[in-house]
Ligand binder design. Structure first.
Ligand SMILES: Nc1ncnc2c1ncn2[C@@H]1O[C@H](COP(=O)(O)OP(=O)(O)OP(=O)(O)O)[C@@H](O)[C@H]1O
Ligand SMILES: O=C(O)c1ccc[n+]([C@@H]2O[C@H](COP(=O)([O-])O)[C@@H](O)[C@H]2O)c1
Length: 228
C-alpha cells in the first residue's frame, strides 16, 4: 500500500532532477509531454520513452494540465493528477515533471507554456509530443501558428486514429503554417485514460496499465471509484 513517504520521495526525486536540469539545460533537446493525465498510463510513458530514444532527446518534461482548455471537466483534481505523474516517472532519470501549468490559475494554454519555457530556458530545442488525435485537433488550439514557431511537434500514431488522415492533416499543417511536424510510428498500445476510468468504475483491474505506484495511489485515495 502506498505511503505518504513514497509521495514525498517522488517529490524529492523530481526536485533533484529539476535542479540538475536547471544547471545543465543549455543546448539540450527537450521533449515536452503535455496532457491531462487523468490518470497517467503506460502508453503515455512508453510513447515518451520511445520518442526520447529515437530522437536522442536529452530529457522529457511532463507537464500536467492544470485547467485543460479542451477538457472542461477533469475527474480528478490537478494536485492528484500531478502527484500521479511524479510517481509514474520517479524511476526514470530522464523524465522530469513540471508544475508550471498546475500553479497557473487561468486556463492552461500550450502557447503560454511554450513562451514560459523559452523565457526560462533560453537555449533549448523544444519538441512537443502529442498523440495523433491531438495533432489532428491542433487548429482549435490558441495561437496555433505561434505554437509551431516555438516548437517542433512530434505526432505519435495512436490506435483508433487513421494513419492516412493523420498524414493528410500533417501535410496540410506543414503547408499552411510552415510547421515542423515529425510523424512517428510508435508501437501501438491501445490504452487511454478513459479506458482506465471505465475499468475502475466497474471495479476492474488496471494492474500493468498504469505503473504500480499510480495504481496504489488511486486505490489508496479512492479516486475514480464513484464513476464520472
Ligand atoms: N495510447 C496512446 N498512444 C499515443 N499517444 C497517446 C496515447 N494515449 C494518450 N496519448 C497522447 O498523450 C497526450 C496526453 O493525453 P491525455 O492525458 O489526454 O490521455 P488520454 O488517454 O487521451 O485521455 P482521455 O481518454 O481522458 O481522453 C495526448 O497528446 C494524447 O494524444
Ligand atoms: O493550447 C491549447 O489551446 C490547447 C488545446 C488542447 C490541448 N492542448 C494541449 O495538448 C496536450 C494534450 O491535451 P489533452 O487534452 O489531450 O490531454 C496538453 O498539453 C494540452 O494542454 C492545448
Amino acid at each position: 500500500m502506498i505511503t505518504s513517504n513514497l509521495v514525498e520521495k517522488a517529490e524529492e526525486i523530481n526536485r533533484t532532477k529539476l535542479g540538475k536540469f536547471n544547471k545543465t539545460y543549455k543546448g539540450t533537446k527537450v521533449g515536452i509531454m503535455g496532457g491531462t493525465f487523468d490518470p497517467i498510463h503506460s502508453a503515455h510513458l512508453a510513447t515518451a520513452e520511445f520518442i526520447r530514444d529515437k530522437y536522442k532527446l536529452d530529457k522529457i518534461i511532463f507537464i500536467p494540465s492544470g485547467n485543460p482548455p479542451h477538457k472542461k471537466n477533469t475527474i480528478v483534481n490537478k494536485y492528484d493528477r500531478y502527484e500521479m505523474v511524479k510517481l509514474a516517472t520517479m524511476s526514470n532519470e530522464d523524465f522530469i515533471v513540471s508544475d508550471m501549468e498546475i500553479i497557473r490559475d487561468k486556463r492552461t494554454y500550450t502557447i503560454d507554456t511554450l513562451r514560459d519555457m523559452k523565457k526560462e530556458y533560453d537555449s533549448i530545442d523544444i519538441y512537443f509530443i502529442t498523440g495523433a488525435d491531438a495533432i489532428c485537433d491542433i487548429e482549435t488550439w490558441k495561437n496555433v501558428e505561434e505554437n509551431f514557431r516555438l516548437a517542433t511537434f512530434i505526432a505519435a500514431t495512436r490506435p483508433g486514429i487513421s494513419k492516412a488522415s493523420t498524414k493528410e492533416k500533417i501535410n496540410d499543417l506543414r503547408k499552411k503554417y510552415s510547421a515542423n511536424i515529425i510523424e512517428v510510428y510508435v508501437p501501438s498500445l491501445d490504452i487511454s485514460s478513459t479506458y482506465i476510468r471505465e475499468k475502475l468504475k466497474n471495479n476492474g483491474s488496471i494492474r500493468y496499465l498504469v505503473p504500480e505506484e499510480v495504481r496504489e495511489y488511486i486505490e489508496c485515495k479512492k479516486l475514480y471509484n464513484n464513476g464520472d
